[in-house]
Design a protein around this ligand. Structure first.
Ligand code: ATP
Ligand code: MG
Length: 377
């Protein structure tokens, strides 16, 4: 099988690595340049979406911010999975919110803002404090504002109106501020036959709006809630592939924050911690193969490497530590790679995270240092 991935970043790269043992070949389409590239070497293999699609058996995507004309071309080919509707929902918070309501899954109360008048109405409907998010183009916490008191309405409106006029079809989604205790996510796959296999939930820590530490957790009550919502959303989209849901945990009740219609950063731990990783399961699903076991085989955490292109070599000597670089050029804050850390039992994983905190730079890896501090207290 030959799978074309829209996008040529680390997710296409890791799909390529996971697909090789099953003889699934990946090529990547770089949307910016229009080049077809090798996902590991970035070597240019050809040009143009039409020829990229023609050469592939299946087309899928590694991100959701894809121009709709490209999605429409993929749709017409009849080869695209999970579905162009799912990608559109992931890339537009208005469509995403409507989908969550249609699937009857709990999510934060919201209102859509296009004008100053809408903003006033949203303040009435949603209340303060409020989180404001651009409908299109937001990621890693970018394109967001927090309204904490009415005195800030004018200043925030100034910034939001610039955002509204900066691109066609832009809008703002205002959400009630959710006082959550923690953030968790569920990554799972749905096959062509409708079968569903989900991984254990991951608990996620963000640093400056970017995921920094993600750990598989065992919580049956939360897992059951998450699976029910996953099933409702995946079935309402007739989804095929890996889907990720981000949740807020409020006193043991989950609310969906957002969906990602693709393999997800909070599922990278599955490369070492689950029997079959998310990348292989995504490929299995879109290729019409049986899904693989999502069982946890080792307690695992994932640490994102942000804006760094080297690590102390002694990490390679540490049992249970696995480094995954993405082959990207260094830029401040950029996702450059990740470290998966495993233990045969939770206490062993915790000890290894503490040992890593001793060799990782505190400024670059604050979440690991915070973990080590809380653990020693
Ligand atoms: P990413 O794509 O990296 O997941 P994003 O830019 O799409 O992020 P969100 O996940 O919606 O944005 O929001 C980023 C973070 O802001 C969340 O992880 C959460 O910590 C916080 N946040 C978002 N919405 C709310 C809310 N309604 N109430 C409280 N906090 C929120
Ligand atoms: Mg998010």
């Amino acid at each position: 099988m030959h799978v074309l991935v829209l996008g040529s970043g680390q997710l296409a790269r890791m799909m390529s690595l996971a697909g090789a043992p099953l003889n699934i070949k990946i090529s990547a389409y770089d949307i910016g340049s229009g080049n077809i590239v090798h996902p590991l070497t970035q070597t240019v293999l050809g040009r143009g979406l039409g020829s990229a699609i023609a050469q592939a058996d299946v087309v899928t995507a590694e991100f959701e911010h894809i121009p709709h004309d490209i999605l429409d071309t993929c749709q017409q080919s009849g080869k695209f999975l999970p579905s162009t509707d799912a990608i559109k929902a992931g890339g537009d918070r208005r469509i995403e919110k409507a989908l969550l309501d249609k699937a009857k899954v709990r999510n934060a109360n919201y209102a859509v803002i296009n004008t100053r008048e809408d903003f006033e109405l949203a303040v009435e409907k949603v209340g303060i404090p409020m989180v404001l998010k651009s409908a299109l183009g937001g990621y890693d916490g970018k394109g967001q504002w927090r309204l904490k008191n009415t005195a800030d309405i004018a200043t925030i409106w100034q910034e939001m109106s610039e955002c509204l006029t900066s691109s066609d079809n832009q809008a703002i989604v205002a959400e009630e501020f959710v006082p959550f205790q923690r953030e968790v996510s569920l990554v799972g796959a749905r096959g062509k036959d409708g079968s569903i296999a989900v991984y254990p939930l991951a608990e996620n820590v963000h640093t400056d709006g970017v995921l920094s530490l993600s750990s598989a957790i065992a919580d049956q009550a939360l897992q059951d809630q998450a699976l029910q919502m996953f099933t409702a959303i995946a079935e309402s989209l007739d989804y095929v592939g890996v889907l990720a849901l981000e949740f807020f945990d409020v006193d043991g009740a989950l609310l969906v924050n957002e969906i990602a219609p693709r393999v997800h950063n909070s599922g990278h731990w599955t490369q070492q911690g689950a029997e079959i990783c998310q990348f292989e399961n995504h490929l299995r699903a879109v290729c019409g193969l049986p899904l693989g076991s999502t069982k946890l085989v080792r307690e695992t955490s994932m640490i994102n490497i942000l804006g760094e292109d080297s690590l102390p070599n002694e990490i390679l000597e540490m049992a249970g530590c696995h480094i995954h670089w993405y082959g990207k050029e260094k830029r401040a804050g950029r996702k450059m790679g990740h470290i998966n850390v495993c233990g045969d039992y939770r206490g062993e994983l915790q000890k290894r995270l503490c040992a890593l905190a001793k060799v990782l730079d505190q400024r670059a890896f604050p979440a690991v240092h915070d973990f080590a501090k809380s653990f020693s207290n």
